[in-house]
Design a protein around this ligand. Structure first.
Ligand code: TPP
Length: 340
């Protein structure tokens, strides 16, 4: 049984037009960042895999909008949206994709491993479920130091089958850790539909086995996600422990860039495309907050120009030198203590 805090989708409740436009700007930035990255990869500029999150933008932006600057996050192999949602610099993200030394991981990590410690972004992670125990450990430290901050971890429906997920939920519930477990349920784990890898319909139902609340939310409704995340963060900050949030959403593209996704029924794709968060939210802004068509178009244009500048900057950056391969292999000190 899902122990629900909030299940209803909000409309334009509790925001003004400027705030709403900010949320939309960030969602468009994520979508266009990835669409342009896909073009750049096709033209040979980006080595390695890209796992696009098109369709899932409202989860990243909604959750990040509910957080404070001291909160920390971990992400997944599908992490571009989480980084941009948190305010990372797209120029440095492109530099990382182009394997340049000014990129987020000095050009050595690529799409799957971006970190921005200044933003409290403790890392995207190529290991499915790998970020879950990291965020749980971070939450333990946040609690011990009485920081009042929370940790958030994003993961997929597939990752909720991993042992690390179950161990983390158990300990986090037991120790009342300030952590938000955010499952982006996009219906597929790689090429396997949810009903072929688990019997439950709701990942959120797994929460009750560990004694914490599980909440299902419409993952394509940015305001509903923001509200649920804000409530869960509030509980966590007040010593009431973790929440499992399941945001039901859909990835528009294949598992990775280049996957034609023929395993998905056409009707399923079409019905979810009608619920594209980048269609739903502009409608809310127009119908309820009076956004004009011109202002929405100006926003799209602004994002486009910004990304063009970011890409040009990233293209001009240097590649790491061969000697740089020997840097960042070991940590030299911890809290000022030499380790070697
Ligand atoms: C521990 C581990 N097992 C398997 C893989 C291979 N793998 C990469 S992505 C993926 C599917 C993950 O599905 P889900 O957690 O639902 O995330 P989504 O891709 O849907 O965002 C798998 C099995 C991996 N990277 N790590």
């Amino acid at each position: 049984m899902t122990n629900s805090l909030t299940q209803t989708a909000t409309r334009a409740v509790g925001i003004d037009l400027e705030e709403g436009m900010d949320l939309l700007r960030r969602m468009i930035l994520i979508r266009r960042f990835e669409e342009r990255a896909a073009q750049l990869r096709a033209s040979g500029l980006i080595p390695g895999f890209l796992h696009p999150c098109s369709g899932q933008e409202a989860v990243a932006v909604g959750v990040c909008a509910a957080l404070g600057e001291n909160d920390v996050l971990t992400s997944t192999h599908r992490g571009h949206g989480h980084l941009i949602g948190r305010g990372a610099d797209p120029a440095r993200m492109y530099a990382e994709l182009f394997a340049r030394s000014t990129g987020y991981n000095a050009g050595k990590g690529g799409s799957l491993h971006m970190i921005d410690a200044e933003l409290g972004f403790l890392g995207a992670n190529g290991i499915v479920g790998g970020g879950i125990p990291l965020a749980t450990g971070a939450a333990l430290q946040l609690k011990r130091t009485g920081s009042g901050a929370v940790a958030v971890t994003f993961f997929g429906d597939g990752a909720s089958n991993e042992g690390a997920f179950h161990e983390s939920l158990n300990l986090a519930a037991l120790w009342k850790l300030p952590v938000l477990f955010v499952c982006e349920n996009n219906l597929y784990g790689e090429f396997t539909r949810q009903n072929e890898h688990m019997l439950l319909e709701n990942v959120a139902d797994r929460a009750s086995a560990y004694g914490l609340p599980g909440v299902v939310v419409d993952g394509n409704d940015v305001l509903a996600v923001r509200q649920v995340a804000a409530e869960a963060a509030d509980r966590a900050r007040n010593g009431m422990g973790p929440t499992l949030i399941e945001a039901k959403t859909y990835r528009h593209k294949g598992h990775f860039e280049g996957d034609m996704a023929r395993y998905r029924p056409k009707e399923e794709v079409e019905s979810w495309m009608k619920r594209d968060p980048l269609v739903l939210f502009p409608n809310v802004l127009r119908d309820e907050l009076g956004a004009t068509e011109e202002s929405l178009e100006a926003l799209r244009q602004e994002v486009e120009e910004r990304l063009s500048r970011d890409i040009e900057w990233a293209k001009e950056q240097e590649h790491p030198s061969p000697e740089d391969a020997l840097q960042h292999v070991y940590v030299d000190s911890y809290n000022g203590r030499a380790l070697r």
